[in-house]
Design a protein around this ligand. Structure first.
Ligand code: AMP
Ligand code: ZN
Length: 481
């Protein structure tokens, strides 16, 4: 093996939303990274905007592992909130029956997208006792109170650090001056106010969906759910917390308030937020109806890896505009990479000496790729390291200058890259069946004889068998679709 192909041991830098700058990453305990990622609300199929965020989190997770960290990732499933309750009541189903198909679809979709599984996927409804204990402690410590509507609210006045993440100035907003509180799970910065921890039962709104608690019948608020699950599974302080930018306020701001009021400890060391997937300048969202699910794209003939590549190849803090041209672009980039892999796999010249130029290209590739990722997941530069390597190797091979050993090392480097990118295909294709090979030859013969009808018929039969015909300098060859 050529020297210099090991992953370098270098510091990682991440942009911390709280500090508004890139910071060197140092987890609390030497090698273990505790990471909490807000998961899907299972009232519908997740759309590819949601998956942009989950693919970014997967890139982060894989990068940490690439650099030798062990990761304990928790991703919650929000199966009780305003939206799931509304959906279940509307269809006269139990919350469990209503959310189950969407939970299953989510797991199926992340597999298709090559997202590595998190260590835990807690569903909010499995943590109600922990949530009740959490709220009780906040009441006991004077941070929470019961209002006239019997719901329990968090008093942001009692938590002077409120607004730290989203850089809100409470004094300027005059919060707490009036009697402002908000019972909805989702609201905006215009409505900074006390927020709900336990929502009292309302028979017309909640029907059969409620839990008993010392504060009366009801159900937890969405923000509280994440704090309680993070605390139960990862402890009082965690290293990284992620989500998309729309989670910064109020969701993550409220999580900080609840968690730090609860434990008197710092909750999160690094906050990382991804920008949105947009369509014509607007956030892709269910409420705007401008969304595609993964299934929609699979039905249009794209593969999971093509969608993954499209979502991954733009830096996570830059908005990504979804278009079908973008999907085609992702398809052709992946095709180039996979064709390169096939080309390297086909090199069989064991005796020639190693190419010096190949060696140098290999030695540049891993450090460049690693440094790019270590710089706040700079995926464009990381991918440039890959394309540069491919370019140099392709030119060398055009001159027949590569040995089997060079090719094996290039494949090794691509396998290392793929630990992070997770899109490449190393499986060598089985040779096409003999009868198709014969058909291809008959078709060539028919074309030579200008028997277009027969040539066309053979072409249809080959395509129908799942193969494409590709022109190469050595004549046409069959390629699996
Ligand atoms: P939800 O299921 O609505 O709770 O959203 C799940 C996750 O997807 C959250 O972290 C959202 O911030 C994120 N998200 C929603 N829409 C988009 C989008 N268009 N682009 C990127 N992330 C999104
Ligand atoms: Zn959350």
């Amino acid at each position: 093996m050529v020297e210099g192909l090991a992953v370098p041991s270098i510091p990682l830098y991440f942009y911390n939303t709280e500090k508004r700058e890139k910071e060197v990453f140092r987890p609390h305990s030497h090698n273990l990274v505790k990471m909490y990622t807000c998961g899907p609300t299972v009232y519908h199929y997740a759309h590819i905007g949601n998956f942009r965020t989950y693919v970014f989190e997967d890139l982060l997770r894989r990068t940490l592992r690439f650099f030798g960290y062990q990761v304990h990732q928790v991703m919650n499933l929000t199966d009780v909130d305003d939206k799931t309750i509304k959906g279940a009541i509307h269809l006269e189903q139990s919350l469990e029956d209503y959310t189950k198909p969407y939970k299953n679809a989510f797991f199926c979709d992340i597999k298709t997208l090559g997202i590595e599984p998190a260590e835990n996927y807690p569903a909010a409804t499995d943590y109600i006792p922990q949530m009740i204990d959490f709220i009780q402690k906040l009441i006991d410590k004077g941070y929470a109170y019961k209002s006239k509507d019997h719901s329990i609210y968090f008093s942001i006045e009692k938590f002077p650090r409120y607004g730290r993440l989203s850089h809100l100035k409470l004094e300027e907003l005059k919060v707490g001056a009036g009697d402002r509180r908000i019972a909805e799970d989702e609201y905006d910065k215009e409505n900074v106010s006390d927020f709900v921890l336990w929502k009292a039962y309302d028979p017309t709104r909640d029907g059969h969906i409620f839990w008993e608690s010392p504060f009366g019948k009801g159900r937890p608020g969405w923000h509280l759910e994440c704090s309680a699950m993070a605390h139960s599974l990862l402890g009082e302080s965690i290293d990284i917390h992620c989500g998309a930018v729309d989670n910064v306020f109020p969701h993550h701001e409220n999580e900080i308030a609840q968690s730090e009021a609860f434990s008197d400890k710092g909750f999160v060391r690094y906050w990382l937020h991804s920008e949105h997937l947009i369509v014509n300048h607007k956030k892709m969202s269910k409420s705007l109806g401008n969304f595609y699910t993964l299934r929609d794209l699979l039905n249009k003939g794209f593969s999971g890896t093509e969608v993954r590549y499209m979502l991954l190849h733009t830096h996570y803090r830059t908005q990504l505009n979804f278009t079908f041209e973008g999907m085609e672009g992702a398809r052709s980039s992946l095709q180039r990479i996979n064709d390169f892999i096939r080309r390297m796999q086909e090199i069989a010249t064991p005796d020639a000496p190693h190419s010096e130029q190949a060696r140098e290209a290999l030695q540049r590739a891993i450090p460049k790729f690693s440094q790019a990722l270590a710089d706040d997941l700079n995926i464009s530069v990381a991918l440039a390291a890959l394309f540069d390597l491919m370019h140099e190797f392709n030119s060398l091979q055009d001159q027949q200058a590569l040995t089997e050993g060079d090719a094996a090392e290039a494949l090794y480097v691509l396998q290392q890259f793929n630990r992070v990118i997770g899109c490449f295909s190393f499986e060598t294709e089985e040779p096409p069946p003999l009868y198709l090979q014969e058909m291809l030859e008959q078709r060539e013969e028919a074309r030579k004889q200008k028997n277009w009808e027969l040539a066309d018929q053979l072409r249809h039969e080959i395509l129908a068998s799942g193969y494409l015909m590709e022109d190469t300098p050595h004549g046409p060859r069959l390629k699996k679709k």
